[in-house]
Design a protein around this ligand. Structure first.
Ligand code: S3P
Length: 417
């Protein structure tokens, strides 16, 4: 089996979430084209409608009408599997008078929310989340700005505080010891927020937001990563991802593939609303192991599972430093990737907070079923491990790929030869 040809990944999930959610605070009307069709981003649009936003679907995109912060108090929002929806809404609703409840599925109910609740309380919101997990109850309004440095490099936490900050009296400084994806900062600026970068973080003042008339969402870099990484390790492969987001805070995985010696060609083709272009990856027989530094992790946080698969085929020891945050993603992704690839013959271990992989090792289909743990990125990683060993694997709940990439099976069928 090999992967050949071109594909267009779905619209970027992170940018789509932000487009939907920001419309709750802003004025104006925006056409979003290439909005992500994934389940998580549908959860966001469901939340927007429930909270009083206006969402209309047409052939040329999703039309969002700004609700200017006049939201339906008392709403109880189901965020499904989507941590981004829930955490960003915590910050956004903290500034809106009234009470709100945010909840989600079984996986989301296991994820930590205290990290968002703590600074929001410092800003004056009342936030209750028993055990630090959803459901989260919020009693918002009357926020004051604070200076706060993030204890974890999380774009979701940073974005929640910026969304609270844009509604708070005075101004808010969000210190960011390690850089993470900056879509919120960019879209807030595009909507007219008074936001600026200062040494070590971002300062935002209370501002009125106005939606841009048009927003074209580039293709999701994290979805593209699956086929690009798989092509680098699968003999005879050569794939091109079209219209792909190339924001530098999202393509840490391409930097790592380059260091490993992968056969890559990256061509930027536009910069609006963010850098995007074409990425081609071909089979690279001489991959070498590499060190992935702790400060690089936020730039590739969602690509750790698929990069771990790549590392099983690279010569030497790959170490991904300080990836402990993966324990609290949609599943315990460290345990899930180590057990899945381990069952296929990979030499992979978790050492403290680091993921360590020795390669190259041939992978083979295990006797029994592999578990995705209901985690979309694990399901896609294991599916592509199957392509590498030339077999369709039995993967429990493989359909959960739709959480971020509903067309994954279709695009795989298109590329597979
Ligand atoms: C996201 C941030 C990351 C990432 C998630 C999407 C975002 O989470 O894992 O898939 O859109 O801001 P953390 O902020 O928790 O690292």
């Amino acid at each position: 089996m090999r992967l050949k040809g071109s594909f267009a990944p779905p619209g970027d999930k992170s940018i789509s979430h932000r487009a939907g959610l920001f419309s709750l605070l802003a004025r104006g009307r925006m056409r979003v084209s290439n909005y992500s069709p994934c389940q998580d981003c549908s959860s966001t649009l469901g939340a927007v409608k429930l909270l009083g936003g206006e969402v209309r679907f047409s052939e040329d995109g999703v039309w969002l009408t700004g609700a200017q912060g006049r939201l339906r108090a008392g709403a109880s929002v189901d965020c499904g599997n989507s941590g981004t929806t829930l955490r960003l809404l915590m910050g956004l609703l903290a500034g809106v008078p009234g009470s709100f409840v945010l909840d989600g599925d079984e996986s989301l109910r296991r994820r930590p929310m205290e990290r968002v609740a703590t600074p929001l309380r410092l800003m004056g919101a009342r936030v209750e989340c028993p055990g630090g997990r959803p459901p989260v109850s919020l009693f918002g309004g009357g926020l004051r700005g604070i200076d706060y440095t993030l204890p974890v490099a999380s774009a979701q936490l940073k974005s929640a505080l910026l969304l609270a900050g844009v509604q708070a009296g005075g101004n808010t400084f969000v210190g960011e010891p390690v850089k993470s994806r900056d879509h919120s900062e960019r879209l807030l600026a595009l909507c007219g927020a008074n936001i600026r970068q200062e040494p070590g973080g971002w300062r935002i003042e209370r501002s009125e937001l106005t939606l841009p008339e048009e927003l074209r969402v580039p293709g999701d870099a994290s979805s593209a990563a699956f086929f690009l990484c798989a092509a680098a390790i699968t003999p005879g492969s050569d794939v091109t991802s079209e219209g792909t987001l190339l924001n530098p805070t999202r393509i840490g995985f391409l930097r790592v593939l380059e260091r490993m010696g992968a056969n890559l060609a990256i061509e930027e083709q536009g910069r609006v609303p963010e850098e995007w272009g074409q990425v081609r990856a071909a089979y690279s027989p001489e991959l070498k192991a590499c060190q992935v530094r702790a400060e690089e992790i936020p730039l590739l946080v969602d690509e750790v599972p698929i990069l771990a698969l790549v590392a099983t085929q690279a010569r030497g020891t790959t170490v991904m430093k300080e990836v402990g945050e993966l324990r609290v993603k949609e599943s315990d992704r460290l345990a899930a990737v180590a057990s899945g690839l381990g069952a296929m013959g990979a030499d992979i271990s978790i050492e403290g907070e680091d993921l360590v992989i020795n390669g190259p090792t041939p992978l083979k289909a295990p006797a029994g079923e592999l578990d995705s743990f209901g985690d979309h990125r694990i399901a896609m990683t294991l599916t592509l491990a199957g392509v590498l060993c030339g077999q369709e694997l039995a993967i429990k709940d493989a359909g959960c790929a739709a959480v971020s990439y509903p067309g994954f099976g279709h695009d795989l069928g298109l590329l597979l030869q």
